[in-house]
Ligand binder design. Structure first.
Ligand SMILES: NCc1[nH]cc(CCC(=O)O)c1CC(=O)O
Length: 308
C-alpha cells in the first residue's frame, strides 16, 4: 500500500473534478490509499481585481505546484486550461483525462440566444479571448468583467448585473448544471481556450510509481490534441492572459488544430487551421501561419498596453 495525497483547490468545481479523478485512480490502482488535501491559492483569495492584472490564471496553479515540489502532496488535479505554458522543473503532467464538451456557452437571463439579444445587452466575462470573439460576432453588445466561482457568476447574472454571461460548458456539466446553458457556441464563433474541457494531472517527474498509476487513466487522443494546442500557445510566450484560443481534435492519428488570435475589441480576429500527425509540429506550424498574418504585432501591442 502507498498513501497518495491528492491536492486540490477548494472551489466546488475543483473539488468535484478532484473527486472524479480520485474515483478513476482508485479503480485503476488498487494498491493506493488516496487522501485529499485542500489548498487555498492566491487567485482564490484575491477576487476584487481583473485576473490578468495580478498575474493571470497561473496563480491558481503555482501554489499547488509548490506543494508538489515540497512533497506535501503527490498528485495535483488542475483544469488543463488553467495550466501555464511552462511546467516547473521537477514536475510533469502524468495524465490528461478524456476531454468533455470543449465549447464555451452563453447563459442569458431571458433565454435569448446570441443572435436574439438586443443591442447594448450586457455580457459578463473577464476573458479577453471570449470578449474579443463575442464582440467580433456582435459588436453592438457590451462586455463587462465578472469574477468569482461559477455559482457567483450565475448569481450575478440572475440578480440583473448582466443580461448574459459566457462560461465553459465543461465546468457547468461537471457541476451537473448543464441545464443552465442557453446556447453552446460553435468553434466557428468562439474558439475555446487551450486545454478547455480536459483535466491535467500533475506529479513529480521522479515519482515513477505515481507516473505508472497515472498512465492508466490517461486519454491518448486528448493528450495529443492538448499537446498541439499548447505548442500553438507556447509560440506566443505568456499567452495565457492574451486573447488566444485553440482547439484540436484527433481522429485516426490525424490532428486537426484550429487557432485564433484576436484584438480584445474584436475588430481583428486571426484564425487558421492546420492538420498533421505530430502534435508539436502542428501547433508550431499554425502559430507560424498566424504570425505571418500579423499575430505577433497584434500581441506585442497588447503586451505593451498591459504593462503600462
Ligand atoms: N476560468 C476558470 C475555469 N477553469 C476551468 C473551468 C472549467 C472548464 C474547463 O475545465 O475547461 C473554468 C470555468 C470557465 O471558464 O467557465
Amino acid at each position: 500500500m502507498r498513501t497518495v495525497v491528492v491536492g486540490t483547490r477548494k472551489s466546488a468545481l475543483a473539488l468535484t473534478q478532484t473527486g472524479w479523478v480520485m474515483d478513476r485512480l482508485r479503480e485503476a490502482n488498487s494498491r493506493w490509499e488516496l487522501r485529499q488535501e485542500k489548498i487555498v491559492t492566491k487567485g482564490d483569495r484575491i477576487l476584487d481585481v481583473t485576473l490578468s492584472k495580478i498575474g493571470g490564471k497561473g496563480l491558481f496553479v503555482k501554489e499547488i505546484e509548490q506543494a508538489l515540489l515540497d512533497g506535501r502532496i503527490d498528485i495535483a488535479v488542475h483544469s488543463m486550461k488553467d495550466m501555464p505554458g511552462e511546467i516547473p522543473d521537477g514536475l510533469v503532467i502524468g495524465a490528461v483525462t478524456r476531454r468533455e464538451d470543449p465549447r464555451d456557452c452563453l447563459i442569458t437571463r431571458s433565454g435569448q440566444s446570441l443572435e436574439e439579444l438586443p443591442s447594448g445587452a450586457r455580457i459578463g466575462t473577464s476573458s479577453l479571448r471570449r470578449q474579443a470573439q463575442i464582440l467580433a460576432y456582435r459588436p453592438d453588445v457590451t462586455v463587462e468583467p465578472v469574477r468569482g466561482n461559477l455559482d457567483t457568476r450565475l448569481r450575478k447574472m440572475q440578480e440583473g448585473q448582466f443580461d448574459g454571461i459566457l462560461l465553459a460548458v465543461a465546468g457547468l456539466s461537471r457541476m451537473g448544471w448543464q441545464d443552465r446553458v442557453t446556447q453552446a457556441l460553435s468553434t466557428d464563433i468562439m474558439v475555446p481556450a487551450v486545454g478547455q474541457g480536459a483535466l491535467a494531472i500533475q506529479c513529480r517527474a521522479d515519482d515513477t510509481e505515481v507516473l505508472e498509476g497515472l498512465k492508466k487513466i490517461n486519454d491518448p487522443e486528448t493528450e495529443r490534441a492538448v499537446r498541439a494546442e499548447r505548442a500553438f500557445l507556447h509560440a506566443f510566450e505568456g499567452g495565457c492572459h492574451l486573447p488566444v484560443g485553440a482547439y484540436a481534435e484527433e481522429t485516426g492519428g490525424l490532428i486537426r488544430l484550429i487557432g485564433m488570435v484576436a484584438h480584445p475589441d474584436g475588430q481583428k480576429v486571426l484564425r487558421g487551421t492546420v492538420e498533421g500527425t505530430e502534435p508539436e509540429q502542428v501547433g508550431r506550424t499554425l502559430a507560424q501561419q498566424l504570425l505571418e498574418k500579423g499575430a505577433g504585432e497584434l500581441l506585442s501591442a497588447l503586451r505593451e498596453g498591459m504593462s503600462r
